[in-house]
Design a protein around this ligand. Sequence first.
Ligand code: DCB
Length: 535
Amino acid sequence: MKKKPLLLRPAALFLALTLLLSAPALARGSFPDVESGSWYEADVNALAGEGILLGFEDGTFRPQDSITAGQFITIVARCAGLEEAPASSSHWAAPLLQAALNAGWYDWDELPPTGEGYEEPITRQLAVKVLMKALLPQARGNFAVEAAKLNDLSALNGRYYDTTFAAYSTGVAKGDHQGNFRPLSSLTRAEACALIQRARSQMEEQTPPWPYGTPGPGEAPETSQAPAEALSPAEAIQGGVKENGTLQVVGTQLCNENGDPVVLRGMSSHGLQWYGQFVSSQAMANTAAYGANVFRLAMYTGEGGYLSQPGLMKEKLANAVEAAVENDLYVILDWHILSDGNPMDHVDEAVAFFSEMAETYADTPNVIYEICNEPNGNVSWAKDVKPYAEKVVAAIREHSDGIILIGSPTWSQDIHLPAADPVEGENLMYTLHFYAGTHGKELQERLENALADGLPVFVSEWGASRADGSGGVFPEETKVWLELLKEHSISWCGWSLCDKNETSAALKPGTPPYKAWTGEELSDSGKLMFGAFGG
Ligand code: DCB
């Protein structure tokens, strides 16, 4: 499995030769269109000299062309000595790109294995992500320090924060003359070579020598003690719906029907369109067995979710609500906006959806409404999220007084904005989302300030990983957060109950959803979350 970098496999070489590469120029590393003395000459020639990079059939390199996703990831994969994987697409780059996908360097939605995007220019944010995951998976950047280096930070999707900041902190990525990263722009083939060579020079500095493949890229635990003991199901400690009945908010506190404080703790699903098998009654029973009393149904709106298949998604949701009721769990209907960062973009769909749900579940005390998972991008509380919330809250209130959870800009981290300017009404709470590997003291202080200002807060999603769902896990940082939540009796759901090959997933890959779990199935994240349901 382990393979030395720089070796080309014969099959790959053959395919490559027939397509974009030609042997003659490579050994000498001399392309007629690579100007001698140019800033990129040394990087291009070094990669060409090692046989990692070749030119086009006509012997040229075309340094100013945009590099495609297929070309860039192929080169990085060769640098990493990645083995090809069986692929479904017949594209020349498919076997290595499939292997890169399997290794978690990028996600399916970023570049589907059908090959349809392989010939498209790769964006800078994705190129940097792939490069860092592949070659420098342990590198980290301090958010506050690195974010300040990007003049166009607001253009960067938060999904790429960790890898971008790691790249800036190691000097692998640099801004342009204006200090912009231009995350959505392409990069030239010359720039790509320089970027890759900078990453490779960092690899050499890492001691001990970079152990590719052990453990998998991006998964190297960087904190010392992962929770070691296997957990076993416990008696439920928190009361469920039968015990607590219809919920209400008193001051900042979630309370039961009698007005006594209640804390809900449980899991969020991953996207229902992808991991719907883990919202079955069995999966919920397995979670409740560890003491959970709430379950969140993450119904993505974008990314192939509700907006593309409303009928199917509503059916999945209805079945999952039924499963939650069977298991005496409170259940959150989460309108999971993410790539669609401004909730106003689909306010009409949201109003229609929540109106129907509130009518359907008016007499089901289990149901909680979360109306906008994580507003993000160029979105304002006053102009977008608040007016959106007012409309959706009004639609729900025509049928139900149930608890409504409201998000805020910056992936539901800007709770200081609703704290200063809340939505009018009863039984409204505001979500705070955090990822222990990314968010620390600053966000914790914001939480305490918001509570002091009288804002009812519900942590409907948190992870023991970094904010992109991978990395870590971070047990020490998680502990600090969980103690704070406990101190303030704040309810929470962990991200996420699925077996995806990412550290935020609570279950190990391949965990069957259709039978009881012994505790061996829980990942390190899963142990941290399941172990904390009881408070
Ligand atoms: C949130 C989203 C959630 C996302 C997790 C982890 O996004 F609500 O949908 O889940 O946090 O990033 C991830 C899954 C991946 C999946 C990806 C796209 O774990 O398997 O491929 O969604 O569907 C956040 C939260 C915080 C920040 C950024 C994001 N942040 N984000 O602070 O920068 O960009 O997704």
